[in-house]
Ligand binder design. Sequence first.
Ligand code: ATR
Length: 276
Amino acid sequence: MDVYGLLGNPVSHSLSPPMHEAAYRELGISARYVTFEPESEALEAAVSGADALGIRGLNVTIPFKRDALSLVESDELATRIGAVNTIDFGGSSQKPTGHNTDAAGVRRAFEHHGTELDGTQAVLVGAGGAGRAVAFALAEAGAVVKIANRTKERAENLANAVPRASGHGLDDLPNLLADAEILVNATSVGMDDDRSPVPSESLSSQLTVMDIVYRPLETRLLREARAAGAETIDGAWMLLFQGVEAFELWTGREAPVGMMNDALRGELSGEADAFK
Ligand code: ATR
């Protein structure tokens, strides 16, 4: 029996166990995916302990993504993003390897919807941990990235690290969106509240709008974007494809994307029903 898991704190509401276990069932892989909640001081011991126990792979989430970088042999993209969300213990190197599948998750979510990023003008709202991964994903795929953040300085700092990017305050959003084709929200605005980080008047049918918030699945931003005639991509798609990418990295097999998507959306709609 192979063991995979998630390191984070808290992890009790994670959707990764049902998503990954759906893939194991579908492909007949004998494995379990479990969650671990170490104290921050114990992160290094947790990673080396996992290695010693023969755990095959770990996802890493808040608050450990940045600290995990130095505990493993991180690949180039994870190093540039400054965060590891996937550790692979199966490689031949001395140290476990670290990767960032959040960025691939964004790219693959757009690909899945048939949205071309190369050569586009993209506006990213948010310059926190999630924003960093999105910014690199958009830039790697060939988009020109305008980063708008409540704290403008944070957007400017991120823009300095990302090719073809510029940093702005939120008040620039109407201007930036006037000639954009892609909009991504990577702030926490809209999570468990009915607010949007983008003025609805700035949304139009020329946009494809992705929200990385997935609780709720239909955020105010996505609702207003759809009303304006825009294409929308909800937050479960990035979550799905970061998991798909991790699964493929760990197992070397093509992930059963449809089954993983069904499991994820089943969990999310169960949660939504429970709140009604
Ligand atoms: P994460 O790792 O999830 O990205 P984070 O690093 O705390 O979390 O970043 C949260 C992001 O949401 C930031 O871009 C933050 O803006 P600031 O850098 O100005 O803090 C943004 N954010 C959070 N609450 C916000 C609000 N009420 N309005 C606008 N932006 C907000």
